[in-house]
Design a protein around this ligand. Structure first.
Ligand SMILES: *Cc1c(COP(=O)(O)O)cnc(C)c1O
Length: 368
C-alpha cells in the first residue's frame, strides 16, 4: 500500500473506477424509468479528475452550488451542460451566463438580471424555477408568483428559456421527499403549463433524498429529472441504500505520530477545550491511545469519521490532531502506522478543499 505515489498523509484516495460504476448504475436505473440525471459535484469540490468521470458518463447535466466550480470544470474541458444549483447572486449573473448553461431560479430580480446578462453576452440561458414545497430553503412559495414569473420568462425575457420547474427537500426543514410532495410539484408544473400553453421539458424532483421513490417504483411518472450528489459518492443516504453502489469510493488515510498509554481522564483543573467548549470525559482508567496527524481544520467534526480499524474508539480532535483509543484494536497500532477511515458527506466537503490533504486517484480510464 505504501508505494511512492501514496506516501503523503493525510491522504484522500478517490477510486475513480468505483465512482464511474456508481454513475453507470444510477444512470441506467434512471434511464429505465425515463429520468434524466444531473450529477452534482459540490461534495468533492468538483476536482477535475473526478469531474471528468462525470463528463464521460453521458449525464443530462453536471451541477454545483458554486459558480467557480462550474468555471473550473468548463476550463478543464468538461463538455456536459453545466447546471448552477444555488440561486445565483445578483453580483454574478455575467459569470453565470458565461459558465452555466442552466440555473435554478426563484427571484424576479435575478431572472431579469440574468436576462440582461445573457443579452449582453449574446447567449441563451435555460432556467428551472424552484418551487418551495415546505422545506423552506429556496423556491417560490406563492403559486401565483411562480406562474407570473414563468409567464414573464416565457413571453418577455427573450434570452432565457423556461426549461421547467423543480424542488428541493430535506435540506433546511428536514422535509421528506414523498410521492405526495412530487404530486404537488407536478400540480404546480401543470398550472405553469396551463398558463404558458405548452408542456415543460423538465420537472426536477429533488436530490439523493428522492431516489428511494425511483427504486421502489413510487415515483410519479411526470417527474423526469433528479439532481444527485451524495448518493453517487457514498452509495447510500439516509433512507436509501442502493445495493449496486460502492460505499467506498473515498478512503481517508492518516498517520500515527504518537502512541502511549495514558489516563483517560485529563489530569488537573478543567476549563474549556481548544474550541472553547466545556467537555466531559469518562474515566476508563489507563488506555493505549494514538495521536493522528490530521485535525478539524481538515475534516470538520471527528464524529463524522468512520474508522475501518476494528476496535478503535474516536476520542476527540483539535485543529491539527485527532485522538483515538487503540487499546482494543486487533492490530497493535504503532507510530508510523496508517489508519483508514470512511467518510460522510460533510467531512468529504472539507477534505476535498483542504490544502494539507493529498489527493490520490485510483482506477478510472486514465490509469487502466
Ligand atoms: C446539494 C444539492 C443537490 C444535491 O443534493 P444531494 O443530497 O447531495 O443529492 C441537489 N439540488 C440542490 C438545489 C442542491 O443544493
Amino acid at each position: 500500500m505504501r508505494d511512492e505515489r501514496y506516501d503523503h498523509y493525510p491522504q484522500l484516495e478517490i477510486d475513480l473506477g468505483k465512482l464511474q460504476e456508481n454513475l453507470a448504475a444510477l444512470q441506467e436505473r434512471c434511464q429505465v424509468s425515463g429520468l434524466k440525471l444531473s450529477g452534482i459535484v459540490k461534495g468533492f469540490s468538483a476536482m477535475p479528475e473526478a469531474a471528468k468521470i462525470y463528463d464521460r458518463a453521458g449525464l443530462d447535466s453536471i451541477g454545483s452550488s458554486r459558480l467557480e466550480q462550474l468555471r473550473h470544470m468548463r476550463r478543464a474541458g468538461v463538455k456536459t451542460p453545466l447546471l448552477m444549483i444555488r440561486i445565483p447572486m445578483l453580483s454574478e449573473v455575467d459569470e453565470l451566463v458565461r459558465w452555466a448553461d442552466i440555473s435554478l431560479q426563484s427571484e424576479w430580480s435575478v431572472l431579469r438580471a440574468t436576462e440582461e446578462a445573457a443579452a449582453r453576452a449574446g447567449v441563451r440561458h435555460k432556467v428551472i424555477l424552484m418551487v418551495d414545497l415546505g422545506d423552506l430553503r429556496e423556491g417560490f412559495w406563492d403559486r401565483e408568483e411562480l406562474i407570473s414569473a414563468a409567464l414573464e420568462v416565457e413571453e418577455k425575457l427573450e434570452n432565457l428559456d423556461l426549461l421547467g420547474v423543480g424542488t428541493n427537500l430535506g435540506c433546511y426543514g428536514s422535509v421528506q421527499a414523498t410521492p405526495e410532495k412530487m404530486e404537488e410539484l407536478i400540480a404546480a408544473a401543470e398550472q405553469v403549463e396551463a398558463a404558458i400553453g405548452r408542456r415543460l421539458e423538465v420537472i426536477s424532483g429533488g436530490a439523493s433524498s428522492s431516489v428511494h421513490m425511483l427504486l421502489d417504483g413510487t415515483m410519479p411518472k411526470r417527474i423526469n429529472h433528479l439532481r444527485v450528489g451524495e448518493l453517487l459518492l457514498l452509495g447510500r443516504v439516509w433512507g436509501c441504500d442502493m445495493p449496486q453502489l460502492h460505499k467506498d469510493v473515498f478512503t481517508l488515510r492518516a498517520e500515527v505520530i504518537e502512541v502511549k498509554t495514558k489516563p483517560s481522564h485529563p489530569v488537573g483543573e478543567l476549563s474549556v477545550d481548544a474550541f472553547g467548549r466545556t467537555r466531559t470525559y469518562v474515566d476508563r482508567g489507563h488506555r493505549r491511545r494514538a495521536l493522528l496527524a490530521m485535525g478539524r481544520v481538515d475534516y470538520g467534526e471527528c464524529e463524522d469519521l468512520i474508522s475501518r480499524e476494528p476496535g478503535l474508539i474516536m476520542l476527540g480532535a483539535s485543529s491539527d490532531h485527532t485522538l483515538v483509543d487503540v487499546q482494543n484494536t486487533v492490530r497493535k497500532i504503532q507510530v508510523g502506522d496508517i489508519l483508514e477511515f470512511d467518510l460522510c458527506y460533510a467531512t468529504l466537503v472539507y477534505l476535498s478543499r483542504s490544502e494539507s490533504v493529498h489527493l490520490v486517484f485510483k482506477g478510472g480510464p486514465e490509469t487502466q
